[in-house]
Design a protein around this ligand. Structure first.
Ligand SMILES: CCCCCCCC/C=C\CCCCCCCC(=O)N[C@@H](CO)[C@H](O)/C=C/CCCCCCCCCCCCC
Ligand SMILES: O=c1ccn([C@@H]2O[C@H](COP(=O)(O)OP(=O)(O)O[C@H]3OC[C@@H](O)[C@H](O)[C@H]3O)[C@@H](O)[C@H]2O)c(=O)[nH]1
Length: 404
């Protein structure tokens, strides 16, 4: 009596895992088609008669080797009307000197420094940006992290994507081609953002599922005000996701623009990069608990093992051979997505790509497991504890904590 029951259970599990395995290939296919269609589109030759003004908020914390070059790209944008609002929390922050020298160099650009921020909640990025947000001249505003480098046409491209029914436009995260190569960590970062991250981001955006990362996003201030303004999101660390959700809930579309966001931080290490991914994983798991299960199962190696086992059970074929064909095909499709994201020659060798890809795939499950086991998040100098749903508490040094 027992044996058939076990057989049915195993067959049922094998059908389930094989179904998941098949479904996960749709991520690659959709991402490749959507990425090819959506990214790097030419700016139209004929522009609208008038373009809206944009307030660009730049929350700054400290200086790194690329800050000057990154910020300078905002002073030479190919766009008629915009203001730059550099938000600096700490008055002794050396970032002020960098911004001041750029303001002196480009006196015609409408730019100023806002110091001190405003404590409206827990999220330190929002607290920092509040002083700029409150004085925005224009109804369109952009949040742009300190490590982003702009191309001259990026702002124009984003505004042109903001059709009447679109409330927020965000750039898909990627990295710029580093001239001063920071070693393996910069290759790893580029391979991550150009493969697995791009695949998930493009797939979910193609389906209209919210997965907005807010390192470079532009939105309508009047709509955000209806949702309580920027301060309403200061109780979350993942303000980017919840802001986008507020737009979707009000019937607005949230879309990606043509050009990926070019991250260009001046510091980098493998452990720093992994810690950032663990922090992001914790944010996702707190606000979307189903991701705790879905993400590990969608991993290349885990999915390959599940696929190989189920194929062996269902079709009596070699699990090992199946696994290696899976791995090779997955790698080739990842490489294709990378080429779409890069849209030009690679700045490192194919061998380096293979090594970084393998390293990323092998370490991925450990990063996800690390994100599963703790709800304490370290972001820059501060520690936070995530609560179910994504609300966050700031942790003080020592045993006591306060909740805002
Ligand atoms: C059995 C497997 C089935 C499907 C597996 C789906 C796995 C992928 C799901 C989510 C990964 C999204 C990655 C996007 C980039 C996120 C980067 C990030 O963490 N950024 C944060 C910091 O800026 C930001 O706050 C987070 C934003 C996005 C969170 C997205 C979570 C919701 C995803 C819902 C997935 C539903 C899948 C439905 C499939 C049809
Ligand atoms: O205490 C802080 C921390 C960060 N920030 C600013 O926030 C921006 C992003 O900071 P980091 O580069 O450290 O972090 P990430 O790139 O991981 O941020 C990402 O994850 C968390 C989300 O809330 C962000 O919107 C997203 O960009 C920077 O411009 C930084 O200057 C502050 O203003 N104050």
């Amino acid at each position: 009596m027992m044996a058939p029951a076990i057989d049915y259970t195993i067959a049922g599990l094998a059908i389930f895992f094989f179904g998941v395995w098949c479904f996960l290939w749709s991520f690659h296919i959709v991402a490749i088609i959507y990425g090819k269609y959506k990214l790097y589109r030419k700016i139209p030759a004929v522009l609208p008669d008038s373009l809206p003004g944009v307030s660009i908020l730049k929350p700054l914390t400290g200086v790194d080797a690329h800050l000057y070059d990154n910020l300078e790209t905002y002073f030479v944008l190919n766009y008629p009307t915009y203001e730059l609002l550099f938000c600096i929390q700490d008055e002794s922050d050396p970032a002020q000197m960098v911004v001041r020298s750029l303001i002196e160099k480009y006196p015609k650009v409408d730019a100023r420094i806002l110091q001190g921020g405003k404590k409206v909640g827990i999220n330190p990025k929002i607290n920092n940006m509040m002083s700029g947000y409150e004085v925005c001249k224009y109804d369109l505003f952009m949040i742009s992290d300190c490590n982003i480098k702009m191309k001259p046409d990026t702002l124009l491209d984003m505004v042109l994507h903001l059709k009447d029914d679109v409330g927020e436009i965000h750039q898909i995260p990627f990295t710029c081609d580093r001239e001063d190569r920071l070693g393996f960590s910069s290759i790893l970062e580029k391979v991550y953002f150009g493969t697995v991250h791009a695949k998930q981001y493009l797939f979910l955006n193609a389906l209209g599922v919210n997965c907005t990362t807010g390192m470079s996003s532009m939105m309508r201030k009047n709509v955000l005000e209806e949702a309580g303004g920027l301060k309403a999101f200061a109780k979350y660390l993942a303000e980017d996701y919840f802001i986008a959700q507020a737009f979707l809930d009000r019937g607005w579309k949230v879309q990606i623009s043509s050009f990926p966001a070019l991250q260009n931080a001046g510091t980098g290490s493998v452990s720093g990069f992994q810690n950032r991914l663990v922090r992001w994983g914790k944010l996702r798991f707190a606000m979307c608990p189903a991701n705790r299960i879905m993400e590990p199962f969608s991993d290349c190696l885990v999915n390959g093992i599940n696929g190989a086992w189920s194929a062996a059970v269902l079709f009596n074929i070699s699990g090992l051979a199946f696994f290696f064909v899976h791995l090779l095909t997955w790698f080739l499709l990842d490489y294709l997505i990378f080429l779409i994201m890069q849209n030009g020659p690679m700045t490192f060798s194919k061998f380096e790509f293979v090594v970084a890809w393998m390293f990323r795939e092998i370490t991925s499950i450990f990063i996800l497991l690390k994100a599963e086991v703790s709800t304490v998040v370290q972001w820059r100098a501060k520690k936070f504890r995530l609560r179910y749903g994504g609300v966050v508490e700031e942790m003080r040094e020592g045993p006591k904590q306060f909740v805002l």
